[in-house]
Design a protein around this ligand. Structure first.
Ligand code: AMP
Length: 276
């Protein structure tokens, strides 16, 4: 695998690959790679001739500067971890991507107004800014995103519609630790005790399936999260899987999912579950 640091080199490489008639897959990441990321990369490898992985901790999608400062950065290890599953890693500096502060303002409509959009002002605008640039520079046939960040996929689908981007957006299932915890780069910031405790998030979501309808599910998850010391619930929402708007009964939508965000100590973790 080759590491590319500049936009000029990236676009030149993409031009060369495209001129050879090869298909391109893109996996955008913020690094500190784990098996969840690797599942996206392996899928991209299967479905495309050439795979690009971007590794960039995007400052403009962080609404919390402390979170940005503490975000794990492990580039050398990441490059080794990807090995030959990808052809190119694009790992630019912040100055390369943002020589000036970006000023684009997107409106992704209702899907960005709820949950992560409401809890993290500016977050999805920052995601839109970087993902649009990556898609335009790399022009992938397919771009891969994890369902752990389910709402992000909805926002990106809206972005590609609004910007006439031709890439296919491919959602990929959540990869979990053996204890059930959704893999996340932020898990590295958990103590071993917190890591074990964090497995309760998935357990509680799974157990909530036994509730007969939405109000009970909501009450159950909120009460169970509250029982665990060091857990602080940010939100738990039960929503339509397409519009992401709250539902009040399982019958209200064809697809219904639960979305949870919990602070474990000071680390903010997200997860979701499909009910229907
Ligand atoms: P991140 O580096 O956290 O921005 O994630 C990069 C991509 O990997 C995003 O599309 C995430 O949704 C995806 N991803 C992160 N964790 C997981 C996981 N546990 N399972 C599947 N995909 C994941």
């Amino acid at each position: 695998m080759f590491v590319i640091n500049t936009i000029a080199e990236l676009t030149k490489t993409v031009d060369k690959v495209k001129a050879q008639g090869k298909t391109v897959g893109l996996v955008p990441t913020m690094g500190a790679l784990h098996e969840g990321h690797l599942s996206l990369i392996k899928r991209a490898r299967k479905e495309n001739d050439v795979v690009f992985v971007s590794i960039f901790v995007n400052p403009v999608q962080f609404n919390n500067q402390d979170d940005l400062r503490k975000y794990p950065r492990t580039l050398d290890r990441d490059v080794e971890f990807i090995g030959d599953y990808a052809d190119y890693a694009f790992a630019p500096s912040v100055e390369e991507i943002f020589p000036v502060q970006p000023s684009e303002k997107y409106d992704f409509g209702p899907v960005e107004k709820v949950m992560e959009g409401a809890a993290r002002p500016g977050h999805f605008n920052g995601v839109g800014i970087i993902v649009r640039r990556l898609l335009e520079w790399t022009r992938p046939d397919k771009a891969y995103f994890g369902e752990k960040d389910y709402q992000q996929i909805a926002v990106i689908r809206e972005l590609v519609l609004q910007c006439n981007i031709q890439s296919e957006i491919v959602p990929c299932p959540i990869v979990r630790e053996p204890n059930g915890l959704a893999m996340s780069s932020r898990n590295r910031r958990l103590t071993p005790e917190q890591f074990e405790k964090a497995a309760n998030i998935h357990r509680i979501l799974e157990e909530s399936r036994k509730c007969v309808d939405v109000p009970q599910m909501k009450a159950f998850v909120e009460a169970e999260i509250a029982k665990i010391p060091e857990f602080q619930l940010d939100y738990f929402e039960i929503a339509d899987d397409k519009t992401l708007q709250t539902v009040h009964a399982l019958a209200d939508a064809d697809g219904v999912m639960g979305f949870v965000t919990v602070y474990v100590g000071e680390v903010r973790l997200i997860d979701n579950i499909r009910y229907k």
